[in-house]
Ligand binder design. Structure first.
Ligand code: HEC
Length: 121
């Protein structure tokens, strides 16, 4: 019985985290799509982001800041994405994305998880 309760608690917290990630991504959807076939929005597509080069959506015309990072072969991994979302313009001065960073580390982790793992969507 005890382990059953633990399992339930675990399942509830996992699905809550996934929902949080989706919820936190809602404002990003105004500019970003996760569907590679969707029509162009004001920002680059974020499907397959982890492992992809920074500035790596071939259909998007990036700022010089992100084009430079792309030329330097920087890639998105979980740590870089987390640091980026904390303060986007600090990582890439001159960035053309003017949103405030996600200050809360737990929220950021949920958002990063949502963006890294298609199964969590
Ligand atoms: C008002 C539109 C807008 C909103 C809202 C927005 N972004 Fe962006 N985002 C952009 C633009 C434009 C770029 C490209 C910036 C550049 O070229 O300097 C970008 C770039 C990015 C990149 C780098 C992509 C790459 O291909 O390397 C990531 C990651 C990203 N945004 C995540 C997010 C997340 C997560 C949110 C929500 C918390 C968000 N963005 C909200 C417009 C937006």
């Amino acid at each position: 019985m005890k382990s059953f309760v633990c399992l339930l608690l675990l399942l509830t917290s996992v699905s809550a985290a996934a929902e949080d990630g989706a919820k936190l991504f809602t404002p990003c959807r105004a500019c970003h799509s996760l569907d590679p076939t969707e029509q162009a929005l004001p920002g680059p597509k974020l499907s397959g982001l982890i492992g992809r080069k920074v500035g790596g959506d071939p259909a998007f015309d990036y700022s010089p800041a992100l084009r430079k990072a792309n030329a330097e072969d920087l890639r998105w991994d979980v740590q870089r994405l987390d640091r980026f979302l904390a303060d986007p313009a600090e990582m890439f001065p001159g960035l053309w994305m003017s949103i405030r960073g996600v200050e809360d580390a737990t929220e950021r982790a949920a958002l990063v998880r949502f963006l890294s793992d298609p199964a969590s969507r």
